[in-house]
Design a protein around this ligand. Structure first.
Ligand SMILES: [Zn+2]
Length: 198
């Protein structure tokens, strides 16, 4: 098996374990409607993606359904993107009533959930490569573009991640999706531990 095939199998396992559904974005009428809303909002708020950007570049999750961006299929980072989105699906199933409401209405809650999803991504990345990205500040900052977070919310997300990374350097995986991935990889492909390039 190539590294890509192993990671595809990991994505399939995480999809099952988190109860996620993958739906093609272009086919989904709800996504086209949302893209139009983004287009309309974009006119007044340059910090949000345009309709075109939203369809092409943004992978989106609504409840248990992940809508991959049009660019995702060919992206070398696609496996880690799926880890992130499946973390959101897990968050949804943990609280199907309150998660969508709080995620949309409370920016601090949303920043916390984003930090957790990034944390899961980094746990998988760390298991595979043995590395932690040096500039953690850049990670939540990427979210500022898509989610219109304020400086305080970004710092909040960043500090949550710093706590997570302190555990990670000691080899402690602490998010549920990270732990599911760690168990699967340790059992199925221990030879890849800290041995992958990304
Ligand atoms: Zn996210």
């Amino acid at each position: 098996m190539t590294q890509d095939e192993v990671l595809d199998a990991l994505v399939a396992h995480l999809k099952d374990e988190t109860g996620a559904v993958i739906r093609e974005k272009r086919q989904a009428s709800e996504m086209r409607a949302l893209a139009q809303v983004f287009g309309a909002v974009h006119l007044g708020q340059p910090n949000l993606p345009s309709a075109n950007d939203f369809m092409r570049r943004f992978t989106t999750t609504l409840g248990p359904v992940v809508y991959p961006s049009l660019e995702l299929a060919t992206s070398p980072m696609r496996h880690l993107v799926y880890v992130h989105e499946f973390a959101h699906v897990k968050q949804f199933w943990d609280a199907p009533i309150t998660f969508p409401v709080l995620y949309l209405s409370d920016k601090e809650y949303r920043a916390g959930k984003e930090a957790q999803a990034i944390h899961s991504q980094l746990e998988v990345y760390h298991w595979l490569t043995g590395k932690i990205p040096e500039k953690l500040t850049d990670l939540p900052r990427g979210l500022a573009y898509g989610y219109a977070f304020s400086e305080v919310e970004l710092l909040f997300a960043q500090r949550l991640l710093e706590v997570g990374m302190t555990m990670l350097v000691n080899g402690v995986y602490s998010t549920e999706v990270g732990i599911i991935a760690e168990k699967w990889l340790n059992t199925k492909h221990p030879e890849l531990y800290h041995a992958c390039s990304y």
